[in-house]
Design a binder for this molecule. Structure first.
Ligand code: WTA
Length: 656
């Protein structure tokens, strides 16, 4: 954990984990990639001749028109399968409806209050077509952007697939984001239509999505129509001429809608994520490469079988939900479980109750959730029959070996392989992960790269570091599901990802490789913080804090946290100096939660008269991180302008 937030030069690997878990024989004997030699062969073929390799893999998709060239690489801009035509919703729906999967359940949905809906592939196709026709009726055409701000209800994947069907570009905004965050994203995407709901359920309370959507639209005049899906059934104010009740608009609308044959590089979606500046980046994914990555990783990493019930617990508002609740599993014709609410509603065994009742076979969640389950204790999973589980996965942040072992033993009964999957919003799908039938696992390591992925750990000079040494994690070669650009800002795409290590994609993560070539991801080394697996930029949080009328200046850093991985600590200088009290601290925390969303609420606000700066006026975050994480020794202070500031701050830190 010590290396997590350190600058690149100070990356040190602190883990020395020696346990090794081989794939269980029963699992390996049925797996697509049944041993390490097969993995190595596949990997070698993928790097020897990537064009030929991906050309072959592309057969996993349904094409409307044959592509001409697998990769067109004009660094750092990639195009995959140029000339090809396809439709993502046709790949996820029609191609299964044309087979015996027609009546297979695609989505087993459970609302937090306990209501349930099962949608077969045919049901999902009909609902998607109906939704697509409604969008068309509102004037949405191929290339238009549609915002989606919905709870975890079936209409969320339906709306996404409906957009994909007509070539509209969806931009899903997590329901936990504030009106302001929604407004900024709608404006950046220039969304024409926003799809929202009358609310959603979370811990027995209604999440007021429509009110937030209204507030957002007041400042996002690009939004011409707001489509409101019924979920809670409560009346919500409707703005005449703008708001449309989905159920009314859908009445009598045909349940057939021809999928548009779109270019392989047609944008499928924009998903906003935090970066190193205050402005979130609109990550652009396109159709063929993204879908291929999602599809192949379902086979390689999850070894998905037709009879499996697959449950990824991520909210669709994040990339994990896009790829592993919607596009990946539906593309391969799987049955997915989708759950609306909180893991402790009504009790702390809700997830295990769902696993038991739906006979879940593959379960994919985040380390922060696992650590919470550890804290809640073994009694909750013990109440349920978890014997249906055959494979477990984690994503979103480094998993500590203790949590890994607990997951393995308490949830997996010692029999399920664990896939610790490393990837990012930008990468579109999993890039580094064990293959469950092939790769021996070590608790805490994401192990080896998937076919076609060429990661390396490099030093500040961009040169590979020796095994065992920490450095920056970069990717040397383009891959099909990579982001294509940042929406509306190709220069930022180049500077953000391709400039710090010329010729390579810089992930923002620190990592090291052990003697077996296994990757150990140590976490972000840029100004991005992962709180409970959610990605936040320190600059975003700082700008929210300084928008409080009493705040003059602020610096936000991460400190390690047992439950959430990292927690946000905000150092705050008040206008006119002076110290704030507890009430002001609470007010600032609430202000951030209101401005960005509850996920960004700082764990701690520390008032200070001054922030430690260099002579040229740069805030020395490294020293603040040292203070926030309670380091005994502070790092190099030679460039610090006023050492006394720091000494005072350190003495005061954590005092009430
Ligand atoms: C972190 C989530 C360690 C990492 C899919 C990355 C991980 C960031 C892992 C991307 C893992 C994700 N082990 N760290 N298995 N998976 N991360 O965009 O810091 O929300 O850069 O995508 O999560 O976060 P994002």
């Amino acid at each position: 954990m010590a290396g997590r937030t350190a600058p690149p030069t100070a990356i040190e690997s602190v883990l020395s984990e020696t346990r090794l878990f081989r794939p269980p024989k029963a699992f390996a004997s049925r797996a697509r990639v049944p041993d390490l030699a097969s993995y190595r062969k596949l990997y070698a073929a993928s790097v020897r001749n990537p064009g030929a390799f991906w050309a072959k893999q592309a057969g996993a998709l349904l094409w409307r028109g044959r592509w001409k060239k697998a990769l067109t690489w004009d660094p750092p801009f990639a195009k995959w399968f140029v000339g090809g035509k396809l439709n993502a919703s046709e790949n996820c729906l029609d191609r299964h409806v044309a087979t015996a999967r027609r009546n297979k359940v695609a989505i087993r949905w459970e609302g937090e209050p306990g209501d349930q809906r099962n949608l077969t592939y045919e049901d999902l196709l009909r609902e998607t077509c109906r939704f697509a026709n409604v969008l068309r009726g509102l004037g949405v055409r191929a290339g238009d952007r549609v915002g989606i701000y919905l709870p975890m209800i079936p209409e969320l994947p339906i709306a996404m697939l409906a957009c994909a069907r007509i070539g509209a570009v969806h931009s899903v905004v997590f329901g936990g984001f504030s009106a302001e965050s929604l407004r900024d994203r709608m404006n950046d995407a220039q969304a024409k239509v926003l799809v929202t709901a009358d609310g959603g359920w979370r811990r027995g309370k209604i999440v007021e999505l429509k009110a937030a959507a209204d507030a957002a639209c007041a400042g996002a005049t690009c939004v011409e129509k707001v489509l409101v899906v019924r979920r809670t059934g409560r009346d919500v104010p409707m703005t005449a001429g703008r708001d449309v009740a989905y159920e009314e608009a859908a009445r009598g609308v045909p349940t057939r809608c021809e999928p548009e044959a779109l270019d392989a590089e047609h944008p499928l979606y924009i998903l906003y994520t935090s970066g190193t500046t205050g402005k979130p980046k609109g990550i652009v994914h396109t159709t063929a490469g993204y879908l291929l990555g999602a599809t192949k990783t379902m086979e390689w990493v999850f070894d998905i079988r037709d009879e499996d019930v697959f449950w990824c617990t991520a909210d669709i508002g994040w990339v994990t939900g896009h790829t592993y609740v919607v596009y990946g599993p539906l593309s391969v014709g799987a049955t997915v479980v989708m759950y609306e609410g909180a893991p402790d509603a009504p009790e702390k065994d809700r997830f295990w109750d769902i696993v038991e009742r739906h006979r879940v076979n593959i379960f994919y969640t985040a380390p922060t959730a696992i650590r919470t389950f550890v804290k809640w204790g073994k009694d909750y999973p013990a109440r349920h029959d978890l014997s249906s589980l055959r494979l477990l996965g984690t994503v979103g942040e480094p998993i500590n070996p203790e949590a890994w072992m607990w997951y393995h033993e308490t949830i997996g009964g010692g029999r399920c392989p664990i896939v610790d999957t490393w990837w990012q919003t930008e990468t579109g799908c999993i890039l580094i992960s064990p293959l469950p039938g092939a790769t021996p696992t070590k608790p805490g390591s994401a192990t080896l790269p998937l076919p076609g992925v060429v990661p390396e750990v490099v030093g500040d000079d961009g040169k590979p570091v020796p095994k065992g040494k920490g450095g920056r994690l970069v990717l040397r070669k383009p891959w099909p599901s990579m982001l294509r650009t940042i929406h509306g800002d190709p220069d930022r795409y180049v500077s953000q990802y391709w400039s710090s290590v010329p010729g390579s994609y810089f992930t923002g993560d620190g990592a090291h490789r052990d003697k077996d070539g296994y990757f150990w991801i140590m976490g972000r080394i840029d100004d991005v913080i992962k709180v409970a697996g959610h990605r936040l930029g320190t600059a975003e949080v700082e700008s929210a804090i300084v928008s409080h009328p009493r705040v003059a200046e602020s610096a936000v850093v991460a400190r390690p946290d047992e439950l959430t991985g990292s927690a946000i600590v905000a150092f705050v200088v008040l206008r006119g100096g002076g110290k704030g009290d507890n009430a002001l601290e609470d007010e600032i925390k609430a202000h951030v939660a209101r401005t960005i969303g509850p996920v960004a609420r700082p764990a701690q606000v520390q008032f200070t008269e001054l922030l430690p700066k260099t002579r040229s006026g740069k805030i020395m975050r490294r020293l603040l991180r040292d203070i926030a994480s309670g380091a005994k020794q502070l790092g190099d202070m030679t460039t610090l302008e006023d050492v006394a500031v720091l000494e005072r701050l350190r003495a005061e830190y954590g005092e009430e």
